[in-house]
Structures are given as structure tokens and as C-alpha cells.
Design a protein around this ligand. Structure first.
Ligand code: MG
Length: 384
């Protein structure tokens, strides 16, 4: 039984941005906006599970936005945000978590410090909300005419994730069904729960308008200004078999590739390129060939692990480029599938993935068909 589960509310249609996709699926810094918060929550050691509350019409885009992440299956939301949260909470009954964090999917720049503060307060209080003091002078106005200046001394701006004891907030939401309260803390307040404020983060903004998204893109580009490049190289020998795995795609061939894992030299070279850009050793350090658990392992697990390390560093994959070197099999017919598969494993747009192939003009071991090789280059953006 996980003691804390995070619910990410992403069921809205977000029509204000005027795009064809709901805003939480629009690209931000090279990946879907929603994915930023999902990666941050999934990587936090105090959170035992992450569940997205979504609109079932978005099943395909959510699958792309969450590819490779270890999440609980998503659950369908309701017409209004409050309905979606209640349905999400009801769906967690099977896990009976002690605590729950409820986060807006449209807040991509959540950081672990904010989560830490909410969880720490939640150990002592039934509800905890990250918030920031109102710095600007606040006016109450009607039709553009100021009616009064409001004393801002005790005014706070509430953010998410808001944390609650699971049973309390589930009961509070059930009792508030059909009401239109502005956030989950308001639902808790209505139920008489004491809500504690903890320090929020100025970076933890909600992306609502096209201007917000453009600003978020500029921030992300500035933060992720530490651009790194890594390269990888891998070789496997041909042996008996009727197919090879290349770049995560099963390619029929009159030989197989010999190796401890599935011998996918494309994904191995690419995994090493990403590890190289991170300065995190090589694939053999992370997945020792002496360890029997990696015998025959599908290599997408190695690449996903490298992508997880990038996410844990708060970075993103800007671009990857793989070159497969062999006379046969022909790569061309499988290239698009390889690009799509790598993009899926890394959780990036396919435009950030390149797969190429070349021969060595029948020279050398690749030319003689004894084996094949792969080279890869990865460009990462890491926080400054
Ligand atoms: Mg290898």
C-alpha cells in the first residue's frame, strides 16, 4: 500500500489556447506540457504512484505524453474540474493511500522542494497547500473603476500540488459534489479541515493562455541552457536466427544478432550517447553483462533508464541521431518505425529523432556481413 499517491488533473479541454490539442498536451521544451509534472512526480521518492485524471477522448495523446513513465493506469474525469478530482479520488480506493497530492497538469515547473514542503506539512496537518504572498497592491473594481484597495497583508496565492489525508479529502469531495469550488483546499475548508500553507514557488506557474505558454517556453530555454553532447558506438556479431532487433523494431533477417541482451546495437549506441552527455558512465556500468537479470532483456529498458536519468537531472533530450552500419538487412523500409519507437521510448517529438543507415562498401567486418555496428549522438539540455 503506497502511503502517498499523486493525482494529476488533466481532463480539461483548455480551449483558451485556441489550439487543436488540449493545452496540457501542447509541446513545451521538447515534450508535452503535461509530461513535465508527471516526470517530476514519478521521480519523487515520497510518492508511491502517479495517476492522471484525463478525458478519454485524449487517450492517444496521453499515451504519447506518458510513454515510458511508470504510472498507474489513467482514469476518466468529469465535466468540471471538481468532478474530475472526485472521480480520481474514488478510483484510488483500491490502493487506500494514507495521503494524496492533487496537482494541476497545467503546472509544468513543479520542483521536488515544493513537494517536500507539502509532504512535511502533511505529516502534521490534514491539508497542506503551497502558496505565495500577494506582492502587488490589490484593487477591487467594477467595470474598470476601482471600488476599493484591498488589504493584502493576509492574502496568498494558492498553487498545487495540494496535499491531503486521503480519507478526509475523499469525504470532503463527496460532500461537495455539484458545487463549484475554486480548488481542493476550498473543498477541504468547507469540510472544516485545517489547511496549512507552505512556501510555494514562483516558477510553479499555471499555463493557461498562449502568452503563458510562450513565456514558459522562454523560461525553459533559459533554464536548460547547459547543452551537452554525447556519442555512443556499439557492435554485435551476426549469428543464427530469423530476425534482428534494431532501434526497438523487430526486423526479419536471415541471421540474428548475438549478445547478452536482445543485441539491439542501435539502442545500445544511443543509450551510451545519452549516458555520455550526462557524464554517467556507460551501459555496462548501469546494466552489467555479468548480471543474469539482463539476459535477453529488451533494450528499450536501457534507453528508458537513460531517459529517466535525464529527467531526474531536470533536463530534456533535444535531439538524437543514430547511424546503423551494415550491408544487410535493408534499413530504409523500417526507418520510420524506428524513429517512432525511439521517440516513444524517450517521450520526445519524433522530429527530435533521426535514424540513418550506411554500408561500408563491402569493406571490413560489416562489409563482410560478420556483424553490424551503430553510432549515435545525443544532445541534451540540462539546467544551468
Ligand atoms: Mg551492445
Amino acid at each position: 500500500m503506497p502511503s502517498c499517491i499523486a493525482l494529476v488533473v488533466a481532463a480539461g479541454r483548455g480551449t483558451r489556447l485556441g489550439a487543436t490539442l488540449p493545452k496540457q498536451y501542447l509541446p513545451l521544451a521538447g515534450k508535452p506540457l503535461l509530461r513535465h509534472a508527471l516526470e517530476t512526480l514519478a521521480a519523487h521518492p515520497g510518492i508511491g504512484g502517479v495517476r492522471v485524471v484525463y478525458n478519454p477522448d485524449d487517450a492517444a495523446v496521453l499515451a504519447r505524453a506518458s510513454a515510458g513513465l511508470d504510472l498507474l493506469p489513467p482514469v476518466g474525469g468529469g465535466a468540471a474540474r471538481q468532478d474530475s478530482v472526485r472521480l480520481g479520488l474514488e478510483s484510488l480506493a483500491e490502493f487506500a493511500p494514507e495521503q494524496v497530492l492533487i496537482h494541476d497538469g497545467a503546472r509544468p515547473f513543479l520542483d521536488h522542494g515544493t513537494i517536500d514542503r507539502v509532504l512535511a506539512a502533511l505529516a502534521e496537518a490534514p491539508a497542506a497547500v503551497p502558496a505565495l504572498k500577494v506582492a502587488d497592491t490589490v484593487k477591487r473594481a467594477d467595470d474598470g473603476r476601482v471600488l476599493e484597495t484591498v488589504d493584502r497583508a493576509n492574502l496568498w496565492r494558492a498553487q498545487t500540488p495540494q496535499g491531503f489525508r486521503y480519507r478526509d479529502i475523499l469525504a470532503a469531495h463527496r460532500a461537495a459534489t455539484g458545487l463549484d469550488l475554486p480548488d481542493d483546499a476550498a473543498v477541504a475548508e468547507r469540510a472544516g479541515l485545517a489547511v496549512r500553507l507552505v512556501a510555494g514557488s514562483e516558477d510553479n506557474v499555471k499555463v493557461t493562455t498562449a502568452e503563458d505558454l510562450a513565456r514558459a517556453e522562454r523560461w525553459a530555454a533559459a533554464w536548460l541552457g547547459d547543452v551537452r553532447t554525447g556519442q555512443g558506438f556499439d557492435v554485435h556479431a551476426f549469428g543464427p536466427g530469423d530476425h534482428v532487433w534494431l532501434c526497438g523494431v523487430k526486423v526479419p533477417h536471415d541471421h540474428g544478432l548475438v549478445g547478452h541482451s536482445d543485441a539491439d546495437c542501435g539502442l545500445h549506441a544511443l543509450t551510451d550517447a545519452i549516458l555520455g552527455a550526462l557524464g554517467a558512465g556507460d551501459i555496462g556500468v548501469h546494466f552489467p553483462p555479468s548480471d543474469p537479470q539482463w539476459r535477453g532483456a529488451p533494450s528499450h529498458r536501457f534507453l528508458r533508464h537513460a531517459a529517466d536519468l535525464v529527467a531526474q537531472a531536470g533536463g530534456s533530450v533535444a535531439h538524437v541521431d543514430v547511424t546503423l552500419i551494415c550491408e544487410r538487412p535493408k534499413i530504409g523500409p523500417h526507418r520510420a518505425a524506428m524513429v517512432a519507437r525511439i521517440a516513444e521510448i524517450l517521450g520526445v517529438d519524433p522530429q527530435r529523432v533521426s535514424v540513418k543507415a550506411t554500408t561500408t562498401e563491402t569493406l571490413g567486418f560489416t562489409g563482410r556481413g560478420e556483424g553490424m555496428a551503430a553510432q549515435a549522438v545525443a544532445t541534451l539540455r540540462l539546467p544551468l
